[in-house]
Design a protein around this ligand. Structure first.
Ligand code: PMP
Length: 306
């Protein structure tokens, strides 16, 4: 990975290599921690964090769901992220911000009430999550043999570290089978989400994406819906089954890291002409215009670092 200079840990900026935790930190053993993933782009007016406040709000909401009392306010956490970007002196096009709330050292056993809640914010330069080529030509998607855990046994709306075991197994299976990414269905066979991104398909000019019944409430998905509606594209949120995807004209994934990644093939079915579809390309360009500060209608989503 691309190392940076400093990581914010519990209120202080510490040198990258000193940002360490004890091997008996509670989260490492029992999986209760929450994270965010927020992107920072080099715009003509300097670095800008995309939808900072929305990501920090989701971090605090995730923490509330999983019973972690975060010892910092929303404003303090926003400021910590701004400081990390400013002090690291990045130069690249893209930076990824990773705040994490975790349980530190001092208590063992599953009951976590007395374990100390700690917070860190790291940032590093990170390019296209699913590869530059995937952004242009589209990726190959496999519908996973893993389903997304149902809402009675998991809190999928928390961006909790424990939830990523499911994502990780699905991703590994897909890559081992020669695909780029996994799409998980819910336990009724409807599309939930990819291992780390939301799903969209296009059929007869209509943009269709599932509700967040069993998925993270994706911030990029919301942005893309808002943008598409402004472009005059019909957007429908409804449940999607596997066979509908196979006969879609186009499809793509959205996520902070995945941005807007076209899908060219799903389980050996080629979608459309087998590349980045025309509407997907239009939306992808529109998304990059927004995050790089080229669309004044969406500038309120950018927090500039001065
Ligand atoms: N689902 C999962 C499981 C994810 O990890 C992500 C990435 N944060 C997403 C969806 C997309 O969410 P967002 O657009 O807010 O990054």
């Amino acid at each position: 990975m691309n190392e940076a200079k400093y990581i914010w840990m519990n209120g202080n900026l510490v040198a990258w290599n000193d940002a360490k935790i004890h091997v008996l930190a509670h989260t490492l053993h029992y999986g209760n921690g929450v994270i965010e993933g927020t992107k920072v782009y080099k715009t003509p007016k300097g670095y800008a964090i995309f939808r900072l406040n929305d990501h920090t709000k989701r971090l605090l909401e995730s923490a509330k769901m999983t019973l972690l009392n975060v010892p910092y306010t929303l404003e303090e956490l926003n400021q910590a992220q701004i400081d990390v970007i400013r002090e690291n002196g990045f130069t690249g096009e893209n930076v990824y911000l990773r705040p994490i709330v975790y349980l530190g050292y001092g208590v063992m056993g599953i009951y976590h009430k007395d374990a100390p809640v700690e917070v860190a914010v790291a940032a590093w330069e990170w390019g296209a999550y699913l590869g530059e080529e995937g952004m242009k030509k589209g990726i190959r998607l496999k519908i996973s043999s893993f389903s997304r855990p149902n809402n009675k046994s998991n809190m999928g709306k928390a961006k909790a570290v424990g939830n990523y075991l499911n994502s990780q197994m699905a991703k590994f299976e897909a890559v081992e089978a020669g695909y780029d990414e996994a799409l998980l269905l819910d336990d009724e066979g409807y599309v939930a989400e990819a291992s780390g991104a939301a799903f969209f398909m296009i059929k007869d000019g209509e943009l269709i994406t599932p509700p967040n019944d069993n998925s993270l409430v994706s911030i990029t998905q919301k942005t893309v819906i808002e943008m598409a509606e402004k472009m005059g594209i019909k957007v429908t949120r409804r449940k999607i089954t596997r066979e509908e995807i196979y006969i879609a004209d186009e499809a793509f994934l959205t996520g902070t890291a995945a941005e807007l990644t076209p899908i060219r093939e799903v389980d050996a079915r080629v979608l459309g002409a087998g590349g980045r579809g025309p509407l997907t390309e239009k939306l992808q360009n529109g998304y990059f215009d927004i995050v790089y500060g080229r669309n004044p209608d969406f500038e309120h989503y950018l927090t500039y670092i001065d």
